[in-house]
Design a protein. Structure first.
Length: 100
């Protein structure tokens, strides 16, 4: 993977709160459930990021994949900073669209 792409994925993952990490990674749907089970989510965030980046490199993540993670991350943060039914509905619709 290109160094720029690696750095983008690292920075995106670092923006994700630890309490939401698994939920957002599952929503991204790039890494399999089996791959996610191999990761220790109780380690320091910097180590966790390295493990996740290695998995992304093994799976040959593209710019599209990284951008999708960033979009999900940003939308998740938006939806839950404004916890209203409208913002949650917006997130659900966007999530359905992105998964297609």
């Amino acid at each position: 993977m290109d160094e720029t792409l690696v750095e983008f994925i690292k920075r995106t993952i670092l923006k994700i709160p630890m309490t939401e990490m698994m939920t957002i990674l599952k929503a991204w749907n790039f890494l399999s459930e089996k791959q996610l089970q191999t990761v220790n989510f109780r380690q320091r965030k910097e180590s966790l990021v390295q493990d996740l980046v290695l998995l992304c490199e093994e799976k040959r993540a593209s710019v599209h994949d990284a951008a999708l993670l960033d979009i999900i991350c940003e939308c998740w943060c938006f939806a839950f900073t404004l916890p209203s039914p409208a913002s949650l509905f917006f997130f659900k619709i966007l999530f359905i669209y992105l998964r297609e």
